[in-house]
Design a protein around this ligand. Structure first.
Ligand code: NAP
Length: 328
């Protein structure tokens, strides 16, 4: 039985379920259950899986990425904007309330698409992340870039603002100082970094008055650079490690086939659950095709045994201690 079939068959068929589904046909089509993780946040009774740091920072464990929404590093004029807006809305309705975007993606157009997708949803139910690109790291540019991101997203605050990619051109203190100003102004609730190695993360933490709550890095069943020290550092120092690109490059093997059979799950679900099963690790995946939403959302309910998490850590074929964007 495939993961989605197992999931669908576990939906309770009681009276409430039938009356709920009568008014929520889109949930029925997707095989989603009411309430819990899968209930649309605005409908009440929400329990989006969250992870929390000791400092009190809380974020959804699994979210949606927007790389390749609207284009890649430049905007694609032939992009299926409407389809991608709809895909984000299907995700929100499935409880995936964290959306990760960046000014860099499609030259800001990904943020515009996110803004259109979220326009009719209660802002407080969403968790929006954006990132400042490496050409905008001086103080004035950080403040300007954040303002532009807010405008494109159609919101007056970000839940999380990240320093996207390392550049040596502007002192770290200046960039982090500007990000702190955004926190003081209430335009950004939390700040973090991305693709930072331990020494630079330590320096950012030392010079910031607001806690650096997230380091967003390439981490998956295959890409393991964070295991060389960063993951342990984050776990010891109250920083969430948010794994980007959790699925790309993950290839089935005898081991993953056996575990997928054992847990009744698909390979993407196994790859996501392996990350989510680790302390202080969260993740997000891009789904331009909404058919991937129910399958991926169900991964938050898949709990792998600690021994299987460790087995995959040591025995996953083809693992590399490199990242597409190397830690610096
Ligand atoms: N901070 C950084 O430097 C950085 C760098 C890279 C990425 N990111 C963020 O991390 C997010 C995730 O990374 P990513 O988008 O590069 O890679 P990813 O999430 O690992 O993979 C996305 C790809 O997987 C496909 N997919 C998703 N669910 C699937 C499923 N259940 N079955 C089969 N295919 C599935 C998607 O297809 P469809 O699109 O066709 O649905 C898409 O082609 C990005 O979108 C971005 O927000 C951050």
């Amino acid at each position: 039985m495939r993961g989605w079939q197992l999931f669908f068959s576990s939906v309770p068929k009681n009276q409430f379920y039938h009356s709920f589904m009568a008014t929520r046909p889109s949930f029925f089509r997707l095989g989603l259950r009411p309430g819990g993780f899968y209930g649309f946040p605005g409908s009440g009774g929400v329990d989006v899986r969250q992870k929390t740091l000791q400092c009190g920072f809380t974020m959804p464990a699994l979210g949606m990425g927007t790389w390749e929404f609207g284009g890649r590093d430049t905007r694609n004029p032939d992009n299926d904007d409407a389809g991608q807006i709809r895909a984000l809305q299907v995700g929100i309705e499935a409880g995936l309330t964290l959306i990760d975007t960046a000014e860099y993606y499609a030259e800001g157009h990904a943020e515009t698409l996110v803004g259109q997708a979220i326009a009719d949803y209660p802002r407080e139910k969403l968790f929006l992340t954006s990132k400042v690109w490496k050409t905008h790291l001086d103080r004035d540019s950080v403040l300007w870039a954040a303002e532009q991101s807010l405008r494109r997203l159609g919101t007056d605050y970000l839940d999380l603002y990240l320093y996207h990619q390392v550049s040596e051109e502007v002192p770290l203190l200046e960039t982090i100082g500007a990000m702190n100003e955004l926190v003081e102004q209430g335009l950004v609730r939390n700040i973090g970094v991305s693709n930072f190695a331990v020494p630079r993360l330590q320096r950012a933490m030392a010079c910031s008055s607001a806690p650096i709550v997230v380091n967003q890095v390439h981490y998956s069943l295959v890409h393991r650079e964070p295991e060389l020290g960063l993951l342990a550092f984050c776990q010891e120092h109250d920083v969430m490690l948010q794994a980007w690109r959790p699925l790309r490059g993950v290839v089935a093997s005898e081991l993953t086939d056996r575990l997928c059979r054992q847990y009744g799950c698909t390979l993407p679900q196994l790859a996501l659950a392996w990350l989510l099963g680790q302390r202080q690790v969260t993740t997000m995946t891009a789904m331009r095709n909404p058919k991937h939403v129910p399958e991926n959302a169900a991964a938050v309910d898949l709990v792998l045994a600690e021994s299987d998490i460790e087995l995959l850590r040591t025995d996953m074929p083809g693992l590399k201690h490199t990242s597409a964007v190397p830690l610096r």
